[in-house]
Write a protein that binds this ligand. Structure first.
Ligand SMILES: Cc1cc2nc3c(=O)[nH]c(=O)nc-3n(C[C@H](O)[C@H](O)[C@H](O)COP(=O)(O)OP(=O)(O)OC[C@H]3O[C@@H](n4cnc5c(N)ncnc54)[C@H](O)[C@@H]3O)c2cc1C
Length: 538
């Protein structure tokens, strides 16, 4: 991935012409403004501080090629892919880069690196794809003289499918596309497609409890993982590959979402399914977000939800139409579309069904009856197919918006159905108030994308004209939204994890005794405190 953004060099998704107009009209962005990242040579990188003898012992354990401290590798591992990460790295600040990057090739080599670093008191940051949006992979030294990043990129060979049990043992460093390609060769799929799928890893998903776009149907990663192998400085934590167990509190659950603070997840055994024979994606519209939410609730509680269920609020619907990202529908066409159905100013929903041909048709029919009963109107396949085609495109567009001096970020939460409407309003208003600067107001919009019988997730996108102190502007918005989430009874994170950015709010989530318990586990597993300091635990 390029050091300053998403994707490979040369892969640009230029904003559609409608977006330029929208940025100008709604955010007051200067259409001529360009703030490209600094040249690579201008990036400021501190000298590496890994003591020579430690480096030599790492080389002895892994081989010279697998211990890297060249400029490119260190800069490439200095931050994740959050908005503040990108603001800093694009401005040439790689001040937190690791002193070296170690690339072990096996769980045994991971154990050797951890033993050496614990002995020598060197901080270790596990790194999968580096797509964290909560500051999870940025080295925090926290009193340690040196920090290395442990990149799992070479622990990426094993894909062992048990066709009878429909499980697969996967190496942690496998990137999403490679994992799915190899599973596909065996006729199965994990069905886990976070928007970061192209660049995130199996280990990263498990370490952050990620959710994919089809997780309502396939299950979140925490529901898909049956067993884990986690190498900690104190030894190995392994769990049994069994479908269920009553053998006390779950060690598997302790490793899920541990964000590298206990140890390094080297492999996971996951539940897989046959590759779906049919995929049907379609659009629906509702008169309002409230009506759509209520209908989604009824559908989910009746066991009739689709695999993908996304409902945009009024603002996101309007923006989606204007940007044309829901297909070739221009704003005008989109508006006409909704007007014709009596839903002008309303909301668009995307539903996706996957599975055996007959099963998909049965489920579509059952869902359609409930959607219609709730006031929904079918818009046909085109919006659904357009969403499916462009489902990984947004991060590329984000780079273009940053180039144009636009603050653009997302945040997410989940709560009970009974609190959903109020929380939606509270977080949206908190973002708008915090970002209201001089001139044009910011944009804050939302969609529901993961359904549970008792509640759903809310995913907010917000845009504003970048102010001079872009980081302070972002921090004010993030803090206001996080406070609103906690006050409104939401979780501080439904799937992005805690990392550095959500740490201040973990106490409200877990309680003081819960935090002490997690700290006690950390002290036992990582007595020297070298594992990803400054993350997850406040
Ligand atoms: C554009 C974009 C879209 C995104 N969309 C989604 C989405 O749809 N759903 C979602 O859930 N998230 C999403 N994310 C967040 C992110 O992609 C996920 O958290 C993902 O699971 C991280 O995987 P990774 O391999 O990149 O992990 P990294 O970013 O490398 O690491 C994340 C955290 O896990 C730790 N870690 C990584 N690998 C291991 C390991 N093997 N053992 C122990 N600890 C480890 C790291 O130290 C860090 O704390 C998105 C991010 C971006 C930038």
């Amino acid at each position: 991935m390029r050091w300053w953004g998403w994707g490979e060099d040369g892969h640009a998704v230029p904003p559609p012409p409608a977006a330029e107009k929208l940025l100008r009209d709604e955010l007051g962005a200067d259409p001529e403004l360009r703030r490209p990242p600094v040249a690579f040579d201008e990036v400021k990188l501190p000298d590496a501080r890994l003591p020579g003898p430690v480096r030599e012992r790492l080389v002895a354990a892994l081989g010279a090629e697998q211990v890297r401290d060249d400029r490119e590798t260190r800069i490439g591992h200095s931050v994740g892919r959050s908005y503040p990460d990108l603001v800093r790295i694009r401005a040439g600040d790689a001040g937190s880069a690791p002193d070296a990057v170690a690339l072990p090739g096996s769980a045994e080599q991971v154990a050797a690196v951890l033993a050496l670093c614990a002995e020598q008191r060197v901080a270790v940051v596990p790194f999968g794809g580096g797509t964290s949006v909560v500051g999870g992979v940025e080295p925090v030294r926290a009193g340690f003289e040196a920090a290395i990043t442990l990149d799992l990129g070479r622990v990426a060979t094993t894909v062992e499918v048990d066709r009878t049990s429909l499980t697969a043992r996967l190496d942690a460093g496998l990137l999403g596309p490679e994992a799915e390609r190899r599973l596909g060769e065996e006729g199965v799929t994990l069905g886990h497609f976070p928007q970061s799928f192209e660049y995130s890893t199996v280990g990263g998903w498990v370490a952050t409890r990620s959710a994919g776009q089809a997780s309502t149907g396939y299950g979140r990663i925490d529901q898909l993982v049956e067993a884990v192998r986690c190498v900690t400085p104190a030894g190995e934590l392994g769990t049994k590959t069994v479908p269920a167990s009553a053998a006390g509190p779950s060690i598997r659950e302790l490793v899920l979402g541990s964000e590298g603070v206990f140890g390094v997840i080297c492999e996971a055994t996951v539940r897989v399914r046959p590759v779906p024979a049919a995929r049907r994606y379609e659009g629906w519209s509702f008169a309002s977000f409230a009506e759509g939410c209520d209908t989604f609730r009824v559908m989910e509680q009746a066991g009739a939800a689709a695999d993908v269920n996304r409902l945009s609020d009024e603002d996101e619907t309007r923006l989606t139409m204007a940007l044309g990202s829901s297909g070739r529908t221009s704003e005008r066409l989109g508006k006409r579309y909704l007007r014709m159905r009596g839903h002008e100013g309303g909301c668009i929903a995307i539903l996706g069904f996957e599975g055996a041909e007959e099963d998909v048709e049965d489920r579509r029919r059952a869902a359609a009856a409930l959607l219609r009963a709730g006031g929904g109107v079918a818009l046909g396949h085109r919006p659904g197919q357009a969403w499916y085609r462009s489902r990984f495109a947004a991060p590329y567009l984000r780079d273009e918006l940053l180039d144009r001096g636009v603050l653009v970020d997302t945040l997410e939460t989940a709560t009970s159905w009974s609190k959903l409407g109020k929380l939606h309003g509270a977080v949206r208003d908190a973002l708008r108030t915090a970002l209201a600067g001089r001139g044009t107001p910011p944009l804050a919009m939302c969609h529901v994308s993961h359904l549970y019988p008792s509640g759903a997730s809310l995913y907010f996108t917000f845009l504003a004209r970048q102010q001079e102190d872009a980081l302070a502007q972002w921090r004010a918005a993030k803090t206001a939204a996080s406070e609103a989430i906690v006050a409104g009874g939401g979780t501080i994170t439904h799937h992005h994890a805690v990392g550095r950015d959500h740490r201040p709010w973990l106490l409200a989530e877990t309680g003081p005794l819960g935090i002490e318990l997690l700290r006690a586990a950390k002290e036992r597993l990582d007595p020297a405190g070298i594992m990803n300091p400054g993350k997850l635990l406040p």
